[in-house]
Design a protein around this ligand. Structure first.
Ligand SMILES: C[S@@+](CC[C@H](N)C(=O)[O-])C[C@H]1O[C@@H](n2cnc3c(N)ncnc32)[C@H](O)[C@@H]1O
Length: 208
């Protein structure tokens, strides 16, 4: 499945910013505001893709961005150079197997990623592990349009979306409960309020 996603995103990389840049910009900007980043914060962005969020971070903040797709990361690296973001470090990595020590980051964000990865619970558990106790975890996702017919249609086409690497339909609240991640706040964003940002608090500490 990871190989399939890698292949798909090596193609999306060419058109990703054109297709998903402007349309999801409001969500990204709101998420960054919600993160309320302090100068000393260490940030992990999981599935950073082409780095559309990079110019939105306050300058000088230490950010690590990881992604499965080298082609997507290549675009992120171009943005890092363009905006001279010397404190940004980008690595190819699988979100379900993060190469970081326990309790490393103050804040972790996964934007349009949790519904894409094959085993979201593994990814959430990894995010929890590398996030410090009392650190914040932000999940930005397409959540669906509040209309009975559209939502029924979305459930039907969910397997196709999943195959195309564009995320699948599932109950994110249930998943967060399963991962024991308490929700602190939620905000609807983007056109038709179709996406939501969920802020969770990591109330567990992994052994150092
Ligand atoms: C829909 S894009 C979102 C990109 C970016 N976060 C954004 O908001 O524009 C999903 C990203 O997740 C990455 N991805 C998918 N599975 C992954 C995994 N297991 N580990 C790390 N990244 C993954 C893809 O390569 C892709 O860049």
């Amino acid at each position: 499945m990871s190989d399939h996603l890698k292949k798909i995103y090596s193609l999306y990389a060419y058109v990703y910013d054109t297709l998903f840049g402007k349309i999801f910009e409001h969500g990204r900007c709101t998420a960054l505001k919600m993160m309320d980043i302090e100068p000393h914060d260490t940030i992990l962005e999981v599935g950073i893709g082409t780095g559309l969020s990079l110019p939105l971070y306050p300058k000088g903040i230490s950010i690590i961005g990881i992604d499965l797709s080298e082609e997507m990361l290549l675009r992120a690296k171009t943005k890092k150079m363009k905006y001279t973001l010397n404190n940004v470090h980008l690595s190819t990595m699988d979100a379900s197997l993060l190469a970081f020590r326990n309790n490393t980051f103050d804040k972790v964000i996964a934007s349009h990623v949790i519904t894409v990865v094959p085993e979201p619970i593994h990814t959430l558990n990894e995010i929890k592990r590398v996030c410090k106790k009392e650190g914040d975890i932000f999940i930005l996702n397409y959540a669906g349009i509040d209309n009975q017919f559209i939502s029924r249609f979305e459930k039907i086409i969910s397997p196709i979306r999943d195959k195309l690497g564009l995320g699948k339909h599932f109950d994110l609240d249930l998943l967060l409960k399963e991962a024991s991640l308490p929700v602190m706040s939620k905000q609807q964003v983007n056109i038709f309020n179709a996406c939501q940002i969920i802020k969770c608090r990591n109330n567990t500490s992994s052994e150092a």
